[in-house]
Ligand binder design. Structure first.
Ligand code: PBG
Length: 325
């Protein structure tokens, strides 16, 4: 008999042999920035998650600094949407405003964290698709320059990293070239490399008001039946010059994370998406699960599967709970 229980006998032994821990320096907190002034409104399907106008982001900055996590991922909700998603590449758009707010804030307090700008058109288009439409489908190549312009606007406003999330072919390369041409050759790109067409994005689309008005995203986001194809997507982003690769959503896709970890030498991120968060919140509100323990187990699972970076709405709660222990 192998006595595997020997090393589980007490807490000290268990701590000593623990293989994985949640690195808070690898956690990224998603933030929704909306137009207007003085706005802080809770997203109904995501308890504890708020939309902030740029002037209210001091509260977020303080919380992120206090937690000591890596930083934030910014999503914008513009006042006006149009066919071509022009708010996404407006230098005065909501995300550039938020970026400038954080930069000023950092200057005043002398501390900072990473500002990652999500780059996509869906929050900014009237039809809710992630690129421009031609005959009812997203036109891949016509959408690329708009993503490149959005990345450049974010870079100019002070982003530390850009993360294209639309699953357009060639988008990493298009952004890389535009950044390089404009003196941002040191700005990293994180690809949402293997992003699946998922029902788990439902609450995000409420938060960002970004649900497609017709059809769905299956002609650009991946079919969740396909694991090998996910590796092709990851390879392709790496070849296009991505500095960090991502798998999204997280919970159902840890096989892809583990396979990606074995395959690439790049840092790997997972996005623990809105629906994954909301399920935990809903069950916890009913008293059916122990939220703190569930969140620790979920986040640990991501790191154990091979993620270096976890983008999660639980980030601030998790750090606070760990410090209370
Ligand atoms: C935009 C984008 C989405 C998410 C991140 N970037 C929504 C989508 O693809 O519909 C989802 C994040 C989440 O659910 O938390 N393309």
């Amino acid at each position: 008999m192998q006595r595997l229980r020997r090393l589980r006998k007490n807490a000290l032994l268990r701590e000593t042999v623990a293989e994985t821990s949640v690195r808070k320096e690898g956690l990224v907190y998603p933030v929704f920035v909306t137009f207007g002034k003085g706005v802080k409104e809770e997203v109904p399907s995501m308890p504890g998650v708020f939309r902030y106008s740029a002037d209210r982001l001091g509260e977020v900055a303080d919380a992120v600094l206090k937690a000591g996590i890596a930083g934030v991922m910014l999503f914008g909700i513009p006042a006006h949407k149009d066919e071509r998603g022009s708010g996404a590449y407006d230098n005065e758009g909501v995300v550039p405003q938020a970026l400038r707010f954080f930069r000023d804030y950092f200057k005043k307090c002398g501390k900072s964290f990473l500002l990652i700008a999500d780059i996509c058109l869906c929050e900014y288009t009237s039809h809710g698709h992630c690129g421009v439409l031609r005959e009812g489908d997203v036109d891949n190549d016509a959408s690329l320059p708009l993503h490149a312009a959005a990345a450049l606007a974010a870079a100019r406003a002070g982003a530390d990293m850009v993360a294209p999330s639309s699953m357009m072919d060639g988008v990493v390369e298009a952004i890389r070239k535009e950044l390089d041409k404009n003196g941002f050759e040191s700005l990293p790109v994180m690809g949402y490399s293997a992003k699946f067409a998922s029902a788990f994005y439902g609450p995000f689309r409420d938060a960002a008001d970004s649900a497609p008005q017709c059809g769905d995203r299956k002609s650009y986001q991946m079919d969740f039946r396909n694991g090998r194809e996910a590796l092709r997507e990851l390879d392709s982003d790496e070849r296009e010059g991505a500095d960090i690769l991502m798998v999204k959503p997280a919970l159902c896709y840890l096989d892809v994370v583990a396979a990606a970890r074995a395959r690439t030498l790049l840092p790997l991120a997972v996005y623990n998406v809105s629906g994954e968060y909301s399920m935990v919140k809903a069950a916890a509100a009913q008293g059916w699960i122990d939220e703190k323990r569930i969140v620790r187990e979920i986040l640990t699972g991501f790191f154990r599967a091979g993620a270096d970076i976890v983008i999660t709405y639980h980030a601030l709660d998790f750090v606070r709970w760990e410090e209370e222990k």
